[in-house]
Design a protein around this ligand. Structure first.
Ligand code: SF4
Length: 523
């Protein structure tokens, strides 16, 4: 079999993380290959990015959702393209005309990769594995380029290549494609296949974002059954690029087609993806009860277990308080004999109302941002009650953040203690402050002494809840004994050594006058 177009990425992208999407966060963590408690590369991969099942052609049964969309668009245009597992790419390199790469975080610059790296002072696993993948593939790329192969890089972290012109050169990158791909990618690939010139850098702005009709139905299963229900977010946070895109909700028929694709490939649990799932089908900032109920009934018709990619404290609370107990109603649809809980990523960002008013005045909508603490705490109490477990992100070093803002965030996190949740800190640095050092990763922006205390408080909150979440919920049904044993051992070790780890964090950070990071997280 031959392919004209190969779509691929390294193993940290091409894994289903044991069917537990949250474990994929482990692949954004540092490589502990040269610390006192050395772990081999193989062990990292086993824990956080195990290989995927492939067919006889080396095509993965599950693949990243964004790549599935591009693959479907190319196939729809009659182009001979397929997603290929990284271990099988070399089989197609002698004849392929286009190699397309995608990644969430090519060089480990986005949060959370950059955050863990600063704290531990090590290269993130995703950046390490991508670099290794490219170095292994480099001789094949060089040989194929002699007969005309072109390499396109895209995906959510395409912007990172602009920071590394030396690697663009070294790995033979011809086109950097930055933005939603479905509207323009066919034209770009066709131009290459026909030998016509293509710009080196292509940026797709909000005005060129694909319409619902441009966006195809995926042809193969997505990793962990993820199915997009819409794109864009109406809340307008100043630090977030998602808000620049137009809001588009997919019709239920389109969502159903993708659920059926996944189920037909044996993927029977999945995640509904948008930047605020409860807003599905709404035209404003309040959920639409009929559409939200219909969406969840549809999802549960096909999937045994359903999760949410993202939500906000405000929409979960408003659905309950302003729409007659809608959150409870959704929980009653989701939770049944096959499912006892569900998860979502939720952005807290800051506990400072002064700062929240400046940078995310719409985040508490339909409530006033002046009530931010009440919205967060009431929403968390509700989530605890209905067994929605949030992975809460905070941003460290927001523009204009002062010591008192950090102290308020610390106080709010301390008040969140009774509610089952994990809190994940993400460092923020304006893009203009990013620069590459000799090792090729990003460094330095100011860190306040209060941030060290904030990280301690976050760390203690998450450790307090981690064992409960892992054993009573997340890995309750897992048959992977080794994984369970390792994660419980790790949490036990951390619990016993809290003071030592506090000192370690302080030593790592107090010497830094600055930290590195990428664009802000979503939702
Ligand atoms: S940070 Fe979240 S809530 Fe704010 S605009 Fe972005 S996606 Fe919407």
């Amino acid at each position: 079999m031959r392919l004209d177009v190969i779509l691929t990425s390294d193993r940290t992208m091409m894994s289903n993380y044991h069917g537990k999407e949250f474990l994929g966060f482990g692949s954004t963590g540092p490589m502990f290959v040269d610390l006192p408690f050395k772990l081999s590369e193989k062990f990292h991969l086993y824990l956080f990015a195990p290989s995927l099942e492939v067919d006889k052609h080396g095509f993965p049964i599950q693949a990243p959702y964004g790549m599935r969309k591009v693959e479907a668009k190319l196939l729809e245009a009659g182009i001979n393209a397929r997603i290929v597992d990284p271990d099988h790419v070399h089989r197609y390199m002698d004849e392929a005309k286009v190699l397309m790469l995608s990644h969430h975080d090519y060089f480990g610059l986005n949060p959370p990769s950059s955050t863990w790296s600063v704290i531990v002072g090590k290269e993130p696993m995703n950046a390490y594995m991508f670099r290794k993948f490219m170095e292994d593939l480099r001789p094949h790329i060089a040989k194929a380029k002699r007969r005309g192969l072109k390499v396109i890089v895209g995906g959510p972290s395409a912007w990172q290549w602009l920071m590394f012109p030396d690697l663009v050169e070294r790995w033979g990158i011809d086109v950097i494609f930055d933005g939603e791909g479905e509207g323009a990618i066919v034209d770009v690939v066709k131009r290459i296949l026909e030998g016509r010139p293509v710009p080196k850098y292509i940026y797709i702005g909000a005005s060129e974002a694909p319409t619902l009709d441009d966006i195809p139905v995926i042809r193969g299963a997505s990793i962990n059954g993820l199915v997009e229900i819409g794109r864009g977010c109406p809340l307008g946070c100043a630090f977030c690029s998602v808000t620049l895109r137009p809001t588009r909700w997919y019709p239920l028929e389109k969502i159903e087609q993708e659920l059926m694709v996944n189920v037909s490939h044996g993927v029977v649990d999945g995640i509904l993806h948008s930047d605020d799932v409860p807003l599905y089908g709404s035209t404003g900032i309040l959920p639409n009860p009929d559409k939200l109920v219909a969406l969840h009934r549809l999802a549960k018709k096909y999937y045994r277990k359903v999760g949410w990619s993202h939500t906000t404290f405000a929409s979960v609370l408003a659905a309950e308080k302003k729409l007659g107990g809608l959150t409870t109603k959704i929980a009653e649809i989701i939770l049944d004999g096959r499912q006892e809980w569900w998860g979502a990523q939720v952005g807290l960002e800051t506990g400072s109302i002064r700062l929240a008013k400046k940078i995310m005045p719409g985040k508490a909508a339909p409530y006033s941002i002046d009530r931010w603490w009440d919205v967060v705490l009431e929403s968390m109490a509700l989530m605890h009650e209905v067994k929605l477990i949030p992975a809460i992100t905070i941003i460290v070093g927001l523009p204009g953040e002062e010591p008192d803002d950090v102290v308020q965030t610390i106080e709010l996190i301390e008040r969140m203690r009774p509610y089952r949740s994990l809190v994940v800190p993400l460092f923020y640095v304006p893009m203009s402050h990013i620069r590459a050092d000799k090792r090729g990763w990003m460094q330095r922006v100011n860190l306040l002494p209060e941030h060290i205390e904030l990280l301690r408080v976050v760390f203690r909150h998450s450790i307090y809840w981690a064992k409960d979440i892992l054993n009573k919920f997340y890995l309750k049904d897992s048959h992977n004994v080794l994984l369970k044993v390792f994660l419980n051992y790790f949490i036990g070790y951390v619990e016993k050594n809290v003071k030592k780890i506090d000192r370690y964090i302080e030593a790592q950070l107090s010497g830094l006058t600055s930290v590195r990071a990428g664009p802000a997280p979503r939702a």
